[in-house]
Design a protein around this ligand. Structure first.
Ligand code: ZN
Length: 792
């Protein structure tokens, strides 16, 4: 497409209000080819020729040589750079040389496995290689009657970690032949294996390696990743093996135009709220469609994907009805057959646009699109670049538009585009040493094969202590040849890889006397989301929570017409249980350790839709919840607080501003969701004003640890975020509103007076903390002057 022309036409529109905050052009890049040193069978060369592949890209050739030499590798190159060939080629070569060999290819989602299987089957048939390669998918959808045949015959097995965990490893004896011949294990899209899921997958891979060892095989790992800051570290943590990193991308790329689109202020003179990013986005989508550009719009939430679709469809129906039929929404929750239909229609060009959640972010083939609209920062740069990469392949020019929301990170990116373009992507963090995850993995391992003591070290330094604990609790029994699982049944059924505990609440719609489950929420979040009388939004509809049944773990909700939404009032406290690490931080202090967090929904407030006018506040009596987790706590220097007090600032409010900023800055460094971390400000317990960040998972997930290790970088980023905002006294784009999910210190009996924290005080605190003493003296004066204005 002609991206430059499109951008200048946008600028020339009568209703253009300066939304384009930045435009960057990424020049096209030519292909770099290389010939592998190791031989490729003539049948495979022929197959490549049929696929139109005359030469391999440098990363494909290098991967082939290293893998064939028995080296574990991780390939971290761009979207659509031909990563599949990096593992398919060595796997197929192995099968040509040795028909008894086997390969296991694991994908984070079923859809991706089917997509890859389909592509391979087509290649195998076209190349007449049916006798050599017998690929098959084995997952929850595989019919029971087909499973024995697949176990016996498949030479390339496509599956997912959940299936390996639940249905393959516990029945390994049935797979004896497969494991004995297993030469290659492919882990694709490893950037999806982070947080809880990744920490569990690390355990599953160790269990897989024990089983392989038992049957006498030692497979080589081929890992593929999107661009990450630490692909090698992540691959090594997931597998426990030393990896060779391949990150020189030899694939060609067409030129790409990248636009940052910031919705204008609703009232330019007041400058508090910006216009809806969703509305701006659907209008851009319509314009792209009218110009015939194939477009994918990425939304952060399912509801938003549906909304964008409806807005765009309704908008087009009036002007270009034939185009209105060429859009579809796409998201999790659709039936697999519906999803396949949409993917195929896109790939064949029958559809022109799709409004999707991140469900289409992974590498499912949807053909060539011209443009991508990313509505709201998806949480990580890694995701953003994946989404942008879905448009434009090879030689074609493409356009990406990032539409900023009225939210701290989005606004920061709109103001500081260089952050987006020059910053390395995040680190993916996993913590296989989380004691809960480790306990679950060790129980499953012991059930599969007696767990010898010398095998424990492969599961990490805490494994021995956790195994002893399991033995004390009667779940494992120590025998002569190691630990045995001592309970009836399979522990696998109690362990989901995607959550820490299986405890979730069902959200049940009781409207009109029916009982239908319309959603789920994890038990930690339930009292904050579906408390009695809360308004629960689902598919754009309002539901009121009639009852929260803590015993039965369900919330009964009923459809109502409400012109308001609700926000919980949360009380929380965080107690330090054990200090593990401590250090200095620019004259202040930083700590890392174990913390106990208690929190409680003590009430809620009602706000009118659109105007956000506060129309009521109600108290609630719900029991407090508690978790023990990992925390990082930071203490500003005493003199910085003195200066702040002398200037008449509320130091607590300044710290609350910093806490809110840190809670949005941390996900930018560690690849977590804002929801994965919590924060409080406290002084009573610590004897000094302290900002605490903690992992919202029993046992911790590595994020607070990351905050401790990168505390300085984190504070600098928070300082950047707040300093660069155009607002006067604080707005949702910098110091907050109180993030619903970051609990706020609150006394329920005191009239609730929480407001957006004072931006001037927040800036003064960060400046005094971070800038050298010389600058500090004059800066404090500025702070004094500024504060005397804002306090009036
Ligand atoms: Zn602001």
């Amino acid at each position: 497409m002609d991206a430059e022309g499109f951008i200048s036409r946008l600028r020339a529109q009568g209703d253009y209000e300066g939304q384009i905050a930045a435009v960057r052009v990424f020049p096209p890049r030519p292909a770099q080819f290389a010939a592998p040193a190791r031989p490729i069978a003539p049948a495979l060369l022929e197959l490549l020729r049929r696929e139109g592949i005359g030469q391999l890209y440098v990363h494909q050739a290098l991967a082939y040589d290293l893998v064939r030499a028995g080296q574990d590798v991780v390939i971290a190159t761009g979207t659509a750079s031909g990563k599949s060939l990096c593992y398919l080629l060595p796997v197929l070569q192995e099968l040509v040389e040795n028909a008894a060999s086997r390969a296991l290819c694991l994908f984070p989602t079923k859809a991706l496995a089917y997509d890859q299987l389909g592509a391979l089957e087509r290649m195998v048939t076209a190349g007449g290689l049916e006798g050599v390669a017998r690929p098959a998918c084995y997952d929850g959808d595989t019919p029971t009657h087909r499973r024995p045949g697949i176990r016996r015959n498949a030479s390339i097995l496509f599956s997912n970690p959940d299936m390996l965990h639940q249905s393959i490893l516990p029945y390994h004896a049935r797979w004896a032949g497969f494991f004995a011949g297993l030469r290659y294990v492919v882990l694709d899209e490893i950037h999806a294996y982070r947080g809880i899921f990744g920490s569990h997958v690390a355990g599953v891979v160790r269990r897989l390696l024990r089983i392989c060892h038992h049957y006498g095989s030692q497979p080589v790992f081929i890992c593929c990743s999107a661009s990450l800051a630490n692909p090698q570290e992540l691959a090594e943590k997931l597998t426990g093996r030393q990896m060779r990193l391949i990150d020189e991308d030899g694939s060609p790329r067409g030129g790409r135009w990248f636009v940052i689109w910031n919705p204008p202020w609703e009232e330019p003179t007041v400058r508090v709220f910006r216009r809806s990013g969703n509305v701006e986005a659907y209008k851009l989508l319509i314009r792209l469609l009218e110009e015939g550009a194939g477009t994918i719009a990425f939304a952060k939430a399912r509801v938003v994907a549906e909304l964008l679709y409806r807005y765009a469809r309704d908008g087009l129906e009036r002007r270009r009805p034939e185009l209105a039929r060429k859009i579809r929404p796409y998201r999790g929750g659709y039936l697999p057959v519906e999803r396949r239909q949409i993917e195929r229609a896109l790939a064949r060009g029958e559809l022109l646009a799709v409004c999707s959640t991140n469900a289409l972010e992974l590498g499912i083939d949807i053909g060539t699109l011209d443009a991508a609209i990313v509505v709201g920062f998806p949480g990580t740069l890694c995701s953003l670049w994946q989404q942008v990469g879905r448009a434009g392949r090879r030689q074609d020019e493409s356009l990406a538009i990032f539409v900023a929301y009225d939210d701290p990170v989005d606004q920061y990116l709109a103001r500081k585009p260089e952050f987006l373009f020059h910053r390395p992507v995040e680190q993916a963090i996993i913590d296989p040493q989380n004691p809960h995850i480790l306990a679950a993995q060790l129980a499953c391992a012991a059930r599969e094969l007696a767990l010898r003591r010398e095998e424990l070290s492969a599961f990490g330094p805490l494994a021995e202590a956790v195994a002893l604990e399991l033995a004390r609790a009667g779940r494992l029994r120590a025998g002569a040849n190691g630990y045995h699982y001592a309970m009836p049944g399979l522990p696998h059924h109690e362990t989901s890889l995607r959550t820490i505990s299986n405890a979730t609440y069902a959200i049940v719609d009781i409207s009109g006397g029916r009982e239908e489950v319309i959603g789920q929420v994890d038990s930690i979040s339930a009292p904050e989301l579906v408390y009695p009388q809360a308004i629960y939004l689902h598919q754009g509809e309002s539901y009121i929570v009639r009852q929260l049944d803590l015993e039965a773990r369900l919330a009964r909700v009923e459809r109502i017409d409400a012109d308001y939404y609700t926000q919980p009032l949360l009380w929380s406290e965080c107690r330090v249980e054990k200090e593990v690490l401590s250090g200095e931080l620019h004259g202040g202090k930083r700590f890392f350790g174990e913390v106990a967090v208690r929190w409680q929904t003590v009430g809620f407030r009602k706000f009118k839709f659109h105007t956000m006018e506060l129309i009521g506040q109600t108290r609630l009596e719900l029991p407090a919840q508690q978790i023990r987790t990992a925390g990082c706590w930071l203490m500003p220097p005493a003199e910085a607080l003195q200066v702040l007090r002398a200037a008449g600032h509320d130091v607590f409010e300044a710290a609350a501003g910093v806490r809110n900023l840190l809670a949005v800055a941390l996900p930018a460094l560690a690849m977590c969701d804002r929801y994965d971390i919590g924060g409080v400000v406290d002084s009573a317990q610590f004897g000094a004003l302290t900002i605490v960040l903690y992992d919202r998972y029993e046992g911790g997930m590595g994020y607070a640890r990351h905050a401790y290790e990168h505390a300085e970088q984190l504070l600098q980023l928070a300082y950047e975020l707040v300093r660069s905002c155009e607002c006067e006294r604080g707005c949702p784009g910098c110091v907050g509103p109180p993030n619903l999910r970051v609990p706020v210190h609150h006394d329920p009996d005191v009239a609730y007076t929480y407001k957006i924290p004072d931006k001037v005080a927040t800036i003064a605190l960060l400046r005094d903390w971070l800038e050298p003493a010389v600058v500090r003296a004059s800066a404090a004066d500025d702070g004094l002057r500024a504060s005397s204005v804002s306090l009036r």
